[in-house]
Design a protein around this ligand. Structure first.
Ligand code: NAD
Ligand code: MG
Length: 393
């Protein structure tokens, strides 16, 4: 029986993870759950899954959580605060940690799980982007197993040799090909993108996800973050990571080998497949996912991304080749810009301006401890917030 701690249990990935776990009560137990501020949603999950511990990240809500658990007669132990997330990530009672918090808020707990040698099911791509080599190095030093949940990286994970040791040449790998849906605005011009609404940006044609990643998919920054994530996780040169737009979202990514073979993972666009893969690996279990009908799909379509309409992918690549703390600045500026867009303060095309400005004004030294990363993130956020404060469209 695997004891699973789900950080970000009330989100989209959290819900899909709990769905898979509920299908296999003999194999997995949702033993610890966390949420940001939504006490009622967290308590509902506690009533359904009876975890040992529930963490509310906002420390002001500890009493509300404790009260609600007591009222429902639940024996779950309430905890609160960012530190409590790190505590449950490292708690030896839980062997598997699902890192499904969105954004930099998930960095410390993700690293804590790696340092505790856990099986780490990694959805929180921002943490990977920010942590440079630190996350992979920490996992290695403490015997943690990182299995990516991001559908593209999980597809690549499935297409790599079982003993892959982050050496592409030794494994005969020539390229990783990340597929991208292209988001809701695929094929749109700059002029058409100028006045898009928050609702349009969040209406992803293939995937139902949280609002932040939905906007990232619309700007293609999601794919930019994923290029960096792939470089970090698989230790491959960025020049060998290609992006192809594949709106059908059936081929989730590919690995190309020296002999010309391209291995792909295909399936219905449903996050329960990579989640079930990661939970049960190296075994295979039912994920509750609709079978892919290739006759219905009939043909597979691919096209190159449009770098003029969607410059965020290029900004992410530039940050990756600049190295040092540039990816941390990229991520921080993007998080602030996306929050500004979601709040109606800036337009869709302003997101790339905030990021570009952040990158141009970043000092490029290395940041390879948690404290240094948090400090770079804090400064980059402050700069981006300052830019939004006296924003002129
Ligand atoms: P979401 O917004 O639906 O859920 C986010 C979760 O994080 C919630 O449980 C929320 O309570 C928690 N949270 C938010 N802010 C927090 C904070 N400051 N402190 C503590 N907890 C906080 O997001 P999601 O779509 O589930 O995405 C989660 C992560 O997984 C993101 O990094 C995203 O990029 C990645 N991801 C998601 C999908 C998907 O299909 N949804 C696919 C691939 C990768
Ligand atoms: Mg993805």
């Amino acid at each position: 029986m695997k004891q699973v701690a789900i950080l970000g249990a009330t989100g989209s990935i959290g819900a899909s993870t709990l769905d898979v776990i509920a299908r296999h009560p003999q194999r997995f137990r949702a033993a610890a759950l966390s949420a940001h501020r939504d006490v009622p949603a967290l308590v509902e999950l506690c009533a359904r899954f009876a975890p040992e511990v529930a963490v509310i990240a906002d420390p002001a809500l500890l009493d509300a959580l404790a009260h609600a658990l007591r009222e429902r007669g639940l024996a779950t132990l309430p905890m609160a605060g960012a530190g409590a997330l790190d505590t449950i990530a490292a708690d030896a009672r839980f062997d598997t940690v699902v890192a499904a918090i969105v954004g930099a808020a998930g960095l410390a707990s993700t690293l804590a799980a790696a340092a505790a040698g856990k099986r780490l099911l990694l959805a929180n791509k921002e943490a990977v982007v920010m942590s440079g080599e630190l996350l992979v190095r920490t996992a290695r030093a403490h015997g943690a197993t990182i299995i990516p949940l991001d559908s593209e990286h999980n597809a690549i994970f499935q297409c790599l040799p079982r003993d892959y040791a982050r050496d592409a040449d030794a494994a005969g790998i020539t390229r990783l090909i990340l597929t991208a849906s292209g988001g809701p605005f695929r094929g749109w011009s700059r002029a058409e993108l100028r006045n898009v609404s928050v609702a349009q940006a969040c209406a992803h044609p293939r995937w139902k996800m949280g609002r932040k990643i939905s906007v990232d998919s619309a700007t293609l920054m999601n794919k930019g973050l994923e290029v960096i994530e792939a470089q970090r996780l698989f230790g491959i040169d960025p020049s060998r990571i290609e992006v192809l737009v594949h709106a059908q979202s059936v081929v989730h990514s590919l690995v190309e080998y020296a002999d010309g073979s391209q291995l792909a993972q295909l399936g219905s666009p449903d996050m329960r497949t990579p989640i079930a893969n990661a939970l049960a690996w190296p075994q295979r279990i039912d994920a509750g996912v609709a079978r892919l009908d290739l006759v219905e799909v009939a043909r597979l379509e691919f096209e190159p991304p449009d770098p003029i309409a969607f410059p965020c992918l290029g900004l992410a690549r530039a940050a990756l080749s600049a190295g040092g703390c540039a990816p941390i600045v990229l991520n921080a500026a993007n998080e602030v810009a996306v929050a500004g867009f979601l709040a109606g303060r800036i337009g869709f095309l302003d997101i790339e301006r905030v990021i570009d400005h952040g990158l141009q004004h970043s000092v490029n030294e290395a940041a390879d401890t948690l404290e240094a990363i948090i400090e770079v993130d804090r400064a980059a956020r402050a700069a981006a917030v300052g830019m939004l404060q006296d924003w002129k469209a």
